[in-house]
Design a protein around this ligand. Structure first.
Ligand SMILES: *Cc1c(COP(=O)(O)O)cnc(C)c1O
Length: 586
């Protein structure tokens, strides 16, 4: 495959006459402006300047890629045949400006009539949606789009006009539906709904896990699914076993290859052949030994990388993923603070608590203030817990900085417990969940994203399910969720939140984490408090199984054996069969 990395350069890098006149900043202005376009990925977009830069960047990458592909077909290629050569898979809403860009190229540069250009364009794109959060589905203000890309806006208006004609024909006089389905939003300002544009232009629309695709059909894009039921499909995400098993976990990989041969590396369903070995005490011992070796490898890396001393003789409980309120790092933190509070206050003897090391890894988007406060709180709790003699030997909390793939490759193979605790209906798929299961961690998780499929495959006995499912979440939301009721009625939850609110983790200053606490008690958009009780109960089931190492290891082996479905090879085959309609190259 060809992978291109575009970089923006000025056509005129430097103005010598302005330089010689002494205005050195002005002399490099054009160069600086151009280079900013591809300097950083996902520039912060809370300011108007940031929003503009993002749109410039999206258009730049898309325009380069389309031009590159079309030029690559040679001067004699008839662009009417483009759909036979290519499908541009729109990976989220970020590249959707490619739709009007292709229309523009065909009409303005190649002399196509509108109808012919649309006949080609509407067969050249397919759209993968990656989210269920409404704020993550981009809407570009008509104001900005019209200023930066006026011709594209004009083309979008015309696409919308023709699309709304179809809606009107299908549902005459249904003006509410027309307003709901229009590519142009009218509130809170006029804007282009990029997900709708992609859905109208795309030959197929897919979500990235079974539950996510179902929610797209039934909720987010329901009107479109009624209009075009066959357009909607699912491709559950996958991860590559070459990086996330063979490279990241050589001990486990060698053990698997010794047991069933090396075919699993390119045919991951063959991991099923491991299932009978879960009953073999010798294999279990070898499996547990590989896990232990991975903990030591992780300890050594963290010692050098972060100056951390990770215990290797206790449960390793890991939550690594982007910092976002919907993923609920705060729920994990409430569990930890609750254990700490019960020991320090004398409600529970330290010796009765299963020793665990908790490891967080996460980055926050630069403009996401609440996420940064949550990072601050995790670190503050870590500082208290790690220095409290009363919990010594029982609890440790680490938050190594700069969580990235390189660290993931060490952390995931060492983990015992994988935290996948998003509010049901919020995590499109997750891929971290797959990496952990394939490396022999057990999952504690909600009925969300690909967790649903993991649990179906590994079985209820080998998965710690907790919390509300999506219909329950919707019902509670409709009833009017009052997090304060959970705070008042659960003494353990109240003591936990009160300890944070008291300033215990902030040198006695109750204001430091007041925004985090009051957000939870008064708003809690992602219903962490509603799931707290169920989560604590599930963690007790974790402790119970962990106290029986043979049973735990048996479950871990079954997780590996039953998760071959989550290979990215299988995902690619699904894209080929369900969307691209092309013969596989291999
Ligand atoms: C896999 C991976 C993710 C995605 O994790 P989720 O738990 O699915 O959100 C994020 N960051 C890194 C570094 C990863 O390797």
């Amino acid at each position: 495959n060809t992978l291109r990395l575009w970089s923006a350069q000025a056509t005129q890098a430097f103005d010598l006459s302005i330089f010689n006149a002494g205005d050195y900043a002005q002399a490099v202005r054009a160069q600086t402006f151009a280079e900013n376009i591809s300097k950083v990925l996902y520039p912060e977009d809370s300011t108007p300047q940031g929003k503009e830069l993002r749109l410039q960047q999206q258009y730049f990458f898309v325009a380069c890629s389309l031009r590159d592909f079309i030029d690559g077909q040679g001067p004699d290629f008839d662009l009417h045949d483009l759909p036979e050569r290519v499908i541009f898979q729109l990976n989220d809403t970020h590249p959707v400006i490619a739709v009007p860009e292709l229309m523009r190229i065909l009409i303005d540069e190649r002399g196509f009539e509108w109808e012919d250009a649309w006949a080609v364009t509407s067969k050249c794109f397919a759209y993968t949606c990656h989210t269920l959060l409404p704020e993550a589905l981009e809407v570009w203000s008509v104001d900005l789009l019209g200023r930066l890309l006026p011709r594209h806006l004009e083309i979008i208006y015309k696409i919308n006009e023709e699309f709304l004609d179809l809606v009107r024909e299908t549902w005459p006089d249904d003006y509410l539906r027309m307003g709901r389905m229009s590519i142009i939003a009218e509130y809170p300002e006029r804007g282009v709904r990029m997900a709708f544009l992609a859905t109208v232009a795309g030959i197929k629309v897919n979500g990235v896990a079974a539950l996510h695709s179902q929610l797209l059909r039934d909720k987010v894009l329901n009107d479109f699914a009624e209009l075009w039921p066959d357009k909607f499909t699912n491709v559950t995400n996958g991860v590559t076993p070459r990086r996330f098993m063979k490279l990241a976990n050589p001990d486990l990989s060698n053990l698997i290859t010794d047991a069933i041969g090396s075919g699993w590396v390119t045919d991951l369903e063959r991991l099923q052949e491991l299932a009978p070995l879960a009953e073999d005490p010798e294999f279990r011992a070898a499996f547990a030994k590989a896990k232990q070796a991975n903990k030591i490898r992780l300890r050594d890396r963290l010692r050098v990388r972060d100056g951390i001393e990770l215990p290797t003789d206790q449960m390793l409980d890991v939550m690594v993923k982007r910092l976002h309120e919907y993923k609920r790092q705060t729920l994990k933190l409430l569990h930890i603070v609750s254990l700490y509070e019960q020991i320090v206050s004398g409600k529970v003897k330290a010796s009765e608590v299963t020793p665990r090391s908790f490891v967080f890894g996460a980055k926050a988007a630069p403009g996401y203030r609440m996420a940064k406060q949550i990072i601050h709180l995790i670190n503050a709790v870590g500082a208290s817990v790690n220095n409290e003699p009363l919990v010594e030997g029982r609890l440790k909390v680490f938050f190594p900085a700069n969580y990235n793939v390189t660290l993931a490759e060490r952390l995931i193979p060492a983990a015992d417990l994988s935290e996948q605790i998003s509010l049901a209906g919020m995590e499109a798929s997750g891929t971290g969940n797959m990496k952990f299961a394939l490396n022999g961690a057990l999952t504690i998780g909600t009925d969300d994203g690909a967790n649903v499929e993991i649990r179906e495959l590994v079985g209820d006995d080998n998965f710690f399910l907790f919390g509300m499912d999506e219909p329950k979440v919707a019902e509670l939301g409709a009833r009017g969720y009052q997090p304060g009721e959970y705070y008042e009625s659960n003494p353990q939850l109240k003591a936990t939140l009160d300890l944070i609110a008291s300033g215990h983790f902030s040198g006695g200053d109750p204001m430091t984490f007041e925004p985090v606490v009051s957000n939870l008690v008064h708003h809690d958009r992602f219903m962490a408090l509603a799931d707290f009780g169920s989560y604590i109960e599930a963690q007790q089931r974790v402790d119970a199984l962990y106290s029986d190492p043979e049973a735990w290891t048996r479950s871990a082996i079954l997780n590996v054996a039953r998760c071959g479905f989550f290979s990215s090879d299988r995902s690619m085959k699904d894209y080929i069969k369900r969307i691209w309609n092309t013969p596989p190259a291999l």
